[in-house]
Design a protein around this ligand. Structure first.
Ligand code: ADP
Length: 446
């Protein structure tokens, strides 16, 4: 097992990794930018190293500074968390070259599943259903138009290297497709450093269902069942839950087994999430694979009892997965609400600043993953998520009631947060009924 791990991230996920290391008896070294200097979670690590100014490019995205910190701290491994460098195959390769273990998949597995075009090809080979669309990156506008006619409008243009819901364009006719194609590739190049784009069928009224998977370096690959993340705004998840409401047992087995098959076929080690869209008849089509730990991983931890971050660290050190597929059982229902420092009344404008009143909820079945304390200042440099409030209860209805109760206890002032919006959603008839589609929240907010 490792003796020291570098945490190459910030905020709640950095704290989550520090906690896992502590429980495994591993020392943690956390990097930080000048904007995060003095943040209380850094005191919980065994060591903290400043890697540069606030802007991510000069700190959390700066490979040479992070590697320098790892060398100085003499760590065995680096945990990248989510976002930042977590899905850069180049970073995983640099770690390998420097003989530092990257806590995640090999650069090869990451390249195979992390690129959306390559991933669709891998899925096809593994017999995992994908959307009809262009067989690879689009080389030629005429070819794209021919494919669009064949699969039928609407279609969606996506960047092979895209992420975070950015750079996607829905096209309802040929004219829109031609115009958007011309801009999309340049935009993708600017945003992701890779101009490859592809098209696929755009599914209306879909649900977002994703499967948590784990693999080890000995060929082990299992799934930890699904999460439903359909409550979204601008393709960003707002609420996640598990199990997915009203999913038929047969469909659940099929989608979960398909995900595990794909992971196994890539010799994948570490945590991965295979994302799908599910139509009204519960047919599912793979969207992409996230080759890292996800924000919403605790939802699955609550219903399965598996510590995903610890499993990641153990398999990275060469251990076998601590459980087999048959050992994975689910218990009850879990819901996660993302608490963002944003003002829902002002088009979700970021609301950074100092928190002078912070009263976290507690009691039975409540988990709060957050790095915030009273007196903490939310910096302006990074995304606005300040924590994740989770509940676990025997049934979905009890989980909703429990979440409402926990949200009522939760006080964060004077900055604006999404707590009020979540309370409204816990009482919303569509959410309570379960099984909303991915555009439901945007319709509700109009
Ligand atoms: P990203 O990597 O940017 O998160 P994804 O491919 O995971 O992109 O898609 C994000 C979201 O965009 C999905 O959850 C869904 O809401 C929407 N979306 C993506 N592809 C389609 C599609 N073919 N049809 C309908 N909606 C889609």
């Amino acid at each position: 097992m490792f003796s020291r791990v570098l945490v190459a991230n910030r905020g709640e996920i950095a704290l989550r990794i520090i906690r896992a290391c502590r429980e495994l008896g591993i020392e943690s070294v956390c990097v930080y930018s000048e904007a995060d200097r003095g943040a209380p979670y850094l005191d919980l690590a065994d060591e903290a190293i400043c890697i540069g100014p606030g802007p991510s490019k000069e700190s959390y995205l700066n490979i040479s500074r992070i590697i320098a910190a790892a060398e100085v701290a003499n760590v065995d491994a680096i945990h990248p968390g989510y976002g930042f460098l977590s899905e850069r195959a180049e970073f995983a390769q640099v770690c390998r070259d420097c003989k530092i273990e990257f806590i995640g998949p090999s650069p090869e597995a990451m390249a195979k599943l992390g690129d959306k075009v390559a991933c669709k090809n891998a899925a096809k080979e593994a017999g995992v259903p994908i959307f009809p669309g262009s067989p690879g990156a689009i080389e030629d506008e005429e070819e794209a138009c021919a494919i669009a006619v064949k699969i039928g409008y609407p279609v969606i243009i996506k960047a092979a290297a895209g992420g975070g819901g950015r750079g996607m364009r829905v096209c309802h006719n040929e004219m829109a497709l031609r115009t958007n194609l011309r801009n999309a590739s340049q935009e993708a190049l600017n945003a992701f450093g890779n101009g490859a784009v592809f098209i696929e069928k755009f599914l209306e009224h879909a649900r977002h269902v994703e499967v948590q998977c784990l693999g080890d370096k000995h060929g082990g690959a299992i799934h930890l069942f699904e999460r439903d993340c359909s409550m979204q705004r601008r393709h960003q998840k707002v609420i996640e839950e598990a199990p997915g409401p009203h999913i038929e047992a047969k469909k659940r087995d099929a989608v979960c087994e398909a995900a595990a098959r794909l992971i196994r076929s890539a010799n994948y080690s570490g945590a991965a999430t295979v994302e799908f869209l599910m139509d009204k008849d519960q047919n599912f089509y793979m969207l992409e694979v996230n080759t890292r730990v996800q924000v919403e991983h605790p939802v699955t931890e609550l219903i399965t009892g598996v510590d995903i971050v610890k499993e990641m660290i153990r398999v990275s050190a060469g251990e076998k997965l601590s459980l087999k597929q048959a050992d994975v059982k689910t218990n009850g229902h879990a819901i996660e609400c993302r608490i963002n420092a944003e003002d829902p009344d002002r088009n979700f404008m970021p609301s950074p600043g100092k928190i002078t009143r912070y009263e976290p909820p507690g009691g039975p079945g409540v988990r709060l993953d957050s790095h915030v304390v009273t007196g903490y200042t939310v910096p302006t440099n990074y995304d606005s998520m300040i924590g994740k409030l989770l509940v676990h209860a025997p049934t979905r209805q009890e989980a909703i009631t429990r979440m409402e109760r926990a949200l009522r206890e939760f006080k964060v002032e004077p900055i604006k947060t999404t707590i009020g919006l979540h309370r409204r959603l816990m009482a919303d008839s569509g959410f309570v009924q379960g099984g909303v589609d991915i555009h439901y929240l945007e319709r509700l907010l109009k």
